[in-house]
Design a binder for this molecule. Structure first.
Ligand code: CA
Length: 425
């Protein structure tokens, strides 16, 4: 489907720096706090726009949205829950209001004064209350690397892997927004297989480079979502750093999977970029062999071409690029993940989050975790200050960025950042 808001020739009367992640073609959604307000907002360049003010001035009165109360709530769940049709109408309207040829908002000094704020004058909060969270494991390169390191190089992928998007239900309470720092977790590990386990701060703290999708629909228990309708139930995407404690994970994960090694903090980028904004960046997914079962067989281009980078920044030193990957490598698409999640009748709600799993590419510099980049500690990475890393040190900042690029504009996510603080006593 073509959207007017995606016209690459559109220009805004609002200042947007060249190479900004947030040109007029993006129009992401988030939650901002300023003065006494916590409200839904969008971002263009380095300006945030309070959507509740635009609702006050009647700019959304004719969008077919009967109840405008979601524009005044401190989380996006209700706004997201309005569904795809409303989201498209809203994004198209904002694009129109921001376009340089349109006077409707450009000429309204009072609305602009109340609604527009420089990014640095507001706080950007968690965009949604995450009801449920699923973590998939959908990069064939990542699953293969982990299989080689921890099991059997000859049988790196388990027999189910090419037949279904492997996943587990994670914890939603510890998903936090970029800028939230995370304490190193403590837990049980067993560094020496011949001795009993020990307790203490994790020595193998890792990031996982992921993208998460946010669902917009509410389905009834017992009603699967067909794969070719799955994207209609997805609002958009965020960057997702699924922090992991490898030593805790190794000791705890058999037989039921990761538990305390994954639920002490996962960090997201604050602006949800809609699937509509990413539509021009669709690409074919990898060939799936053997053919998937019919309920997972998706027509058309399954994947999105989104460049991803991870930088590690030691305290008092410049950031070092440690990983360059791309969302297009994913073996299982977001639509296949959601179809699989619901095929048994599991219901979904607006604001639920689904991590892709670590996004590793085919080359060693595209691996999406320290575990793989430093290959289980055997290939230390050099930082800008000359120190080396095989995992994350205390006070290191992890910076993830992602963007899709075409011709003269790019659609980006901004950054997803967190600093690892020492374990709490
Ligand atoms: Ca993960």
């Amino acid at each position: 489907m073509e959207y007017k808001a995606n016209d690459p020739l559109l220009k805004s009367w609002i200042a947007v720096a060249e190479n900004s992640d947030f040109p007029i073609q993006n129009i992401p959604f988030g939650i901002i706090a300023y003065q006494d307000n916590i409200v839904p907002a969008t971002r263009i360049g380095d300006t945030v726009v309070d959507l509740s003010v635009l609702a006050d001035f009647g700019y959304f009165d004719d969008l077919g949205i009967e109840d405008l109360s979601p524009f005044y709530e401190p989380a996006l769940n209700s706004l997201i829950g309005l569904g795809k049709k409303a989201r498209i109408a809203l994004r198209e309207r904002l694009s129109e209001l921001f376009a340089d040829h349109c006077e409707l908002l450009q000429g309204n000094q009072e609305a602009k004064r109340l609604a527009f704020h420089p990014l640095h004058e507001v706080e950007v909060l968690m965009p949604v209350v995450v009801g449920d969270y699923t973590d998939f494991y959908s990069s064939i390169e990542h699953a293969t690397n982990v299989g080689i390191m921890f099991r059997d190089p000859a049988n790196a992928l388990l027999p189910n892997w090419r037949h279904l998007p492997v996943g587990y239900h994670g914890r939603s309470s510890s998903i936090v927004v970029s800028g939230t720092d995370i304490h190193r977790p403590k837990g049980q590990t067993r560094p020496d297989d011949t001795k009993p386990p020990v307790f203490g701060p994790s020595n193998q703290l890792d990031f996982e480079l992921e993208i998460a999708f946010v669902t917009s629909g509410r389905t009834d228990l017992g009603s699967p979502i067909p794969v070719d309708e799955a994207e209609d139930h997805i609002f958009g995407l965020v960057l997702f750093n699924d922090l992991s404690a490898r030593d805790i994970q190794k000791w705890e994960y058999v037989p039921l999977g990761p538990f305390l090694s994954k639920n002490f903090g996962s960090v997201i980028s604050p602006w949800i970029v809609t699937l509509e904004a990413l539509e021009p960046f669709r690409v074919e997914g990898p060939i799936q062999e053997p053919a998937v079962l019919p309920y997972l067989a998706q027509q058309g281009k399954r994947n999105y071409d989104i460049s991803l980078e991870v930088h590690l920044q030691p305290l008092h030193a410049p950031p070092s690029l440690v990983c360059r990957s791309n969302f297009k490598y994913m073996y299982w698409s977001v639509a296949q993940q959601l179809a699989h999640q619901t095929v048994n009748g599991c219901n979904i709600n607006p604001g639920d989050m689904y991590g892709s799993g670590t996004i590793s590419g085919p080359t060693p510099d595209s691996f999406g975790s320290m575990l793989e980049l430093a290959w289980k500690g055997t290939r230390p990475l050099k930082m800008s200050d000359g120190t080396e890393r095989i995992f994350i040190n205390d006070h290191d900042r992890i910076i993830m960025t992602g963007w899709a690029e075409k011709g003269n504009y790019r659609i980006g996510f901004g950054s997803c950042e967190t600093v690892i603080l020492p374990a709490k006593n």
